[in-house]
Write a protein that binds this ligand. Structure first.
Ligand SMILES: *[C@@H]1O[C@H](CO)[C@@H](O)[C@H](O)[C@H]1NC(C)=O
Ligand SMILES: *[C@@H]1O[C@H](CO)[C@@H](O)[C@H](O)[C@H]1NC(C)=O
Ligand SMILES: *[C@@H]1O[C@H](CO)[C@@H](O)[C@H](O)[C@H]1NC(C)=O
Ligand SMILES: *[C@@H]1O[C@H](CO)[C@@H](O)[C@H](O)[C@H]1NC(C)=O
Ligand SMILES: *[C@@H]1O[C@H](CO)[C@@H](O)[C@H](O)[C@H]1NC(C)=O
Length: 669
């Protein structure tokens, strides 16, 4: 049994040898290299599953060769040197559209051993150009599909096809293209497309023709190159035919898909293109970014980050607040700067409703269309802030229909924001002193005076603490939608417990409303009464308590009203804008009450509760005349006296930061 098997094996071997010797006569054909016993491989070359002959992969400085093992007889005396070949190759760069290198060559060589040959532009065929040209002993013919330009060879700039004799310097070269038989014109071929390319090399003993075409195109009628060559000096008696490929710094996968060879044109077997193995496609081109572009992108990213960082810092700064631990208990009264910023459209001009020495007042709309007024005060002193905030919050708890409700506050570095309810009709002084606004009627005036008297009475006696407003004047009296008077701006208010000693408080207020004893004795409810008296006269006479530009007898309102009374024409002091529509008794009462309240002797001034009673006619005015001591004795608080006495004592005042403003405000008028 074993013997028989051996016999069968031997017979089939003999059969194979006969076959191959037959092939030697006629040539051969490979539609893929799955059965490739007759192929010699050198260097990297290998046959991949599926029958693809791979000469190189994409490793640097690699060479690969494949030869048909049987040499062909090119004995010049006996036969013609002609040969014909048709092969399909593919040059696949690592990425689609990338450069590849170095190329494939069809080689006719006296030896299959090309191990001495170099990679790169030598194609794995030649060893050294000087070496090779000097000696013609190499006996090499190569048809190269070269994808790299080599400067010293004067090669074509782009991938090219060349005929090489003994040397890598081509005797003839051309840009890869094919003649389209149908279009009758040359169409260029991209060697590095990764797609299979057909190559024909025909030599009839005198002329060598090279043709290229894409896989789907028939052999062109016109060759790409046609050159008459006498190969008798190149060829030796026995020559091997095959392929070589190489890589350098530039890389390609070099494949041979199919190959047909014959010594005679008629016997050249056709390739069955449908049976050829498939070529692994190059990886999809990932746009290789140039270093410049990468640099630019990094720069851009950095730029964007910087901008974002700045925006972040800007926003953080924009909305930055000062918040201290002691403020925690006032949490509900604290507004975030951001919400105020949004409510007032960024403290925009359109939202500004007032500008005074204190700071600016903005109208704002909180969510749920709640209208607020935001007073923005600049302050530098952190000192006393704690007490101030405590008082702001206390003020929030004051409840009287004639007070402007204070809703809360916000603190920032160098800035303080007080939030109160918005009063749509503005402040009283705008009606008294601005001729563009309608002058309030006497009824309105007396009603507002009663409102403020009631509010002040509440502050002095009705709240849990005594609250001194310390800055009563027409510009601090706000008018709500029903034209009710509401005492606002508690920027200088002072709190103390009932019965406590107040002597050490600072003298603050507005010139003309400040009681003469303020400097020597400090604040008390009586100084508020004095200011209210000045306010009574202001509203009734339509004049500010002190008008520096007027003549001496008219300059001080208190004095002037008293003079009018002395000359038995008290009513003359009234605001001419009142017209005729007023009650003479009421005007007289209010003027007299104003004089009573501005009495130079604090003890002679009535308390606010009494003032309310006088205004409501619940109590008759005490008996006094313009000649009563203290009446109409206006002793202006001079700036010199203020700066000398007030400022040193201000250090401990919680409202010291406002004093400067206040004095300036008073001075300006
Ligand atoms: C090329 O082939 C060699 C040997 O098989 C292998 O080690 C190498 O990783 C391959 N290179 C690439 C780029 O595929
Ligand atoms: C040819 O080059 C090889 C090495 O590349 C060297 O060893 C040899 O001597 C050279 N031969 C000639 C004739 O220059
Ligand atoms: C096509 O190219 C060949 C060789 O490069 C040239 O000889 C021939 O004139 C060209 N034909 C046309 C139609 O351009
Ligand atoms: C080469 O091409 C020329 C011109 O097309 C043609 O005349 C000649 O017969 C061709 N030679 C071979 C060997 O095909
Ligand atoms: C080629 O050259 C050889 C010798 O150099 C000569 O004998 C032969 O006739 C030439 N063949 C042709 C076709 O010119």
């Amino acid at each position: 049994m074993a013997f028989r098997l051996h016999l069968v094996l031997i017979i089939s071997c003999v059969h194979l040898i006969c076959l191959s010797s037959q092939q030697q006569e006629t040539g051969f054909v490979y539609n893929g290299f799955e059965q490739a016993a007759d192929i010699f491989m050198g260097g990297f070359a290998r046959i991949l599953p599926g029958g693809l002959l791979q000469l190189t992969n994409t490793t640097e400085l690699q060479t690969g060769h494949a030869f048909y093992k049987q040499p062909f007889d090119f004995d010049q005396s006996s036969s013609s040197l002609s040969f014909f070949t048709h092969f399909v190759c593919a040059l696949v760069p690592p990425k689609l559209g990338a450069d590849g290198g170095h190329g494939i060559a069809f080689v006719v060589s006296p030896s299959m051993d090309l191990s001495h040959a170099l990679a790169t532009q030598y194609m794995g065929v030649f060893s050294n150009p000087t070496n090779a040209t000097s000696s013609s002993s190499s006996h090499l013919l190569a048809i190269e599909l070269d994808t790299v330009k080599t400067i010293e060879y004067n090669e074509l700039e782009k991938p090219h096809v060349g005929i090489d004799l003994n040397s890598p310097i081509s005797v003839e070269s051309a840009l890869p293209s094919y003649f389209s038989n149908t279009l009758k014109k040359n169409i260029s071929i991209n060697l590095l497309s990764g797609k299979p390319i057909q190559v024909w090399v025909d030599y009839d003993g005198s002329s060598l023709n090279v043709s290229l075409a894409p896989i789907e195109i028939k052999k062109p009628d016109q060759p790409l190159m046609s050159r008459s060559i006498n190969l008798s000096e190149i060829f030796q008696d026995k020559m091997y035919v095959g392929f070589s490929a190489s890589t350098g710094n530039l890389l390609s996968n070099h494949y041979i898909l199919g190959w047909s060879f014959s010594r005679s044109k008629e016997l050249l077997q056709a390739l069955d293109l449908s049976k050829l193995p498939l070529v692994p496609p190059p990886r999809e081109e990932k746009k290789e970014l140039s270093p410049l572009l990468i640099g630019l992108i990094i720069l851009l990213v950095i730029l964007v980050l910087v901008v974002l960082g700045r925006v972040y810092l800007y926003r953080r700064n924009k909305y930055a607040e000062v918040r201290e631990s002691w403020e925690k208990e006032y949490g509900p009264h604290r507004f975030s700067y951001k919400s105020l910023y949004k409510a007032t459209k960024g403290f925009g001009r359109d939202c500004r409703v007032g500008k005074g020495g204190f700071g600016e007042v903005y109208k704002g709309i909180l969510p749920l269309s709640r209208q607020i007024a935001v007073k923005r005060l600049s302050h530098d002193a952190e000192q006393g802030m704690k007490q101030f905030v405590a008082e702001v919050v206390t003020m929030g708890s004051l409840q009287h229909r004639n007070l402007v409700p204070l809703l809360g506050y916000c603190r920032r570095k160098g800035e303080l924001l007080l939030v109160s309810e918005y009063m749509p009709n503005g402040s009283l002084d705008q009606y008294l002193f601005n001729n563009q606004n309608p002058s309030p009627s006497w009824l309105q005036r007396i009603s507002i005076l009663k409102d403020i008297a009631s509010a002040l009475s509440y502050l002095h006696t009705g709240a849990t603490q005594v609250v001194l407003h310390r800055d009563i004047k027409a510009s601090n009296v706000m008018l709500d939608s029903n034209f009710n008077g509401r005492l606002g701006d508690f920027g200088m208010a002072k709190f103390y417990d009932h019965g406590a000693n107040l002597s050490a408080t600072a003298a603050v207020g507005t010139i003309g409303y400040m009681a003469p004893e303020l400097i020597t004795m400090g604040t008390s409810t009586k100084t508020d009464v004095y200011a209210f008296g000045a306010f009574l006269l202001e509203v009734t006479c339509g004049r500010r308590p002190m008008e520096p530009e007027l003549s001496v007898e008219h300059k001080y309102l208190v004095k002037w009203v008293c003079e009018c009374w002395k000359s038995a024409s008290l009513l003359e002091a009234r605001d001419p804008r009142l017209g005729r529509d007023f009650s003479a008794e009421e005007v007289e009462l209010v003027l007299k009450l104003g004089l009573l309240c501005t009495n130079a002797v604090p003890e002679s001034r009535p308390a606010m509760a009494q003032v309310v009673q006088y205004l409501n006619l619940d109590l008759p005015l005490p008996d006094f005349s313009p000649y009563t001591p203290g009446i109409g004795a206006f002793m202006p608080v001079s700036m010199e006296a203020l700066s000398a006495i007030v400022f040193p004592s201000l250090r401990n005042s919680s409202f010291s930061m406002f004093v400067t403003h206040t004095i300036l405000e008073g001075h300006g008028r």
